[in-house]
Design a protein around this ligand. Structure first.
Ligand code: NAD
Ligand code: DAU
Length: 352
């Protein structure tokens, strides 16, 4: 039985990862450590909350005592660090919390894991590993051709991606300096169930259903490389099990789409399945995001060759599955878009 300390497990990808792991394996124990910020939601974990191999602890990854206590009370084998402030727009209006959580929080976890796993000078208990869940945004932006490889120099532009690049560098530093066993995965844009509706796909879906304007930044021709969330979870699982110590693995499915294509796909889906009065007239081109990265594209050859990973869900299937999930889970959407979300939306979009 291996014990995974999963941080940020009440967020979008973290909760999908926990569900994926507990459905797949009987011999893993998961301790979900989440501060339950606006982005964390225990509703996501209803299907596993009574699983004897699952435990939730509400704690902040910056809180030394709280994290230490978890290590004192459990034999943790892996740390899987999802916890982060994850939204680029929020990082532009309020960068400080991104440094706090993404950089200082990660360093706190590294310090505690390193001490707990230590068996001597730069030696550690067998089989332990710190897995950092990172992003393609640390590489910056691409022109019309080429892909991000693991060897591409880091060149982040937003406060969010800068904080993620900084935390990646600390994880690497703990490997290079103290020989702490680590891996880093850098994944492209995820989509799927439980994504908070500040992100493009669930935001456009929700606005279309509510007959609100559909805000498209700039010319809408920015390109993102979309991956169904379970394929990201599968990659993380494979890297934790078989990844070579110290290595970075890029994760992506060669599924690049301009934003305007995504928006039109969602409108079409709702038009065909829910409400024939919606249409492209609802699209509103608004002021561009500051420093907006033009194109992301991952080269996933390393994880394919080294570990045999491949994406199982193609975009055409994944997007329909995702949009259907949002339609079938309108109570979840209503819960997360009440209260604070309305204030956020007003503030973020009023001048656009
Ligand atoms: P999310 O915003 O949906 O969830 C983040 C979770 O972290 C929430 O549950 C929140 O409560 C928790 N959290 C925030 N601050 C915390 C703190 N100080 N202590 C403990 N918990 C805290 O994010 P997501 O989209 O699920 O992303 C998860 C991770 O994956 C992030 O590290 C992100 O950088 C990375 N990532 C995301 C994507 C994507 O497309 N969403 C792609 C690649 C990598
Ligand atoms: O690439 C991985 C990253 O993907 C992750 O590291 C981040 O955590 C995650 O938030 C995501 O970042 P993006 O900025 O790419 O995602 P977002 O959904 O915010 O935006 C996707 C694209 O859509 C981006 O080019 C901006 C654009 N956009 C977004 C919103 C919210 C719009 O045009 N209108 C909008 O209202």
């Amino acid at each position: 039985m291996k014990t995974y300390l999963v941080t940020g497990g009440a967020g979008f990808i973290g909760s999908n990862f926990i569900i994926y792991m507990l459905n797949k394996y009987d011999d893993v124990k998961i301790i979900n450590v989440d501060a339950l910020t606006y982005a964390g939601n225990l509703e996501n974990l209803k299907s596993v909350e009574n699983n004897p191999n699952y435990k939730f602890v509400q704690a902040d990854i910056r809180d030394r005592e709280a994290i230490q206590k978890i290590f004192d009370e459990n034999t943790v084998d892996y740390v899987v660090n999802f916890a982060a402030e994850s939204h680029v727009d929020r990082s532009i209006s309020d960068p400080d919390i991104f440094v706090q959580t993404n950089v200082l929080g990660t360093v706190n976890l590294l310090n505690i894991a390193k001490a707990a796993w230590s068996t001597g000078d730069d030696t550690y208990r067998d089989g332990v590993k710190f897995h950092q869940v990172s992003t393609d945004e640390v590489y910056g932006s691409l022109g019309e051709t080429g892909f991000f490889m693991e060897t591409t120099p880091l060149c982040p532009h937003s406060p969010y991606s800068s904080s993620k690049a900084a935390s990646d560098m600390f994880v690497k530093a703990y490997h290079d300096t103290y020989k702490l066993p680590i891996n880093i995965t850098r994944c492209s844009n995820n989509y799927g169930p439980y994504q908070f509706p500040e992100k493009l796909i669930p935001l456009i879906m929700n606005n279309t259903l509510l007959h609100k304007d559909l805000p498209v930044y700039g010319d809408g021709m920015q390109v993102r490389d979309w991956l169904y969330v379970d394929d990201h979870c599968k990659a993380i699982d494979m890297v934790i099990r078989d990844g070579v110590d110290g290595e970075v693995y890029n994760v992506g499915g060669h599924n690049e789409r301009p934003n305007i294509f995504i928006v039109k796909t969602i409108i079409q889906y709702i038009k065909e399945n829910v409400d024939e009065t919606v249409g492209e007239h609802m699209i509103k081109y608004v002021a561009d995001r500051k420093g907006h990265d033009r194109r992301y594209g991952i080269d996933p050859q390393k994880i394919k060759d080294a570990l045999g990973w491949y994406p199982e869900t193609c975009f055409e299937v994944g997007i329909k599955k995702t949009l259907k999930w949002y339609l079938d889970n309108q109570d979840w959407v209503k819960n997360v878009t009440s209260g604070e979300y309305q204030k956020y939306y007003e503030k973020m979009y009023k001048d656009k």
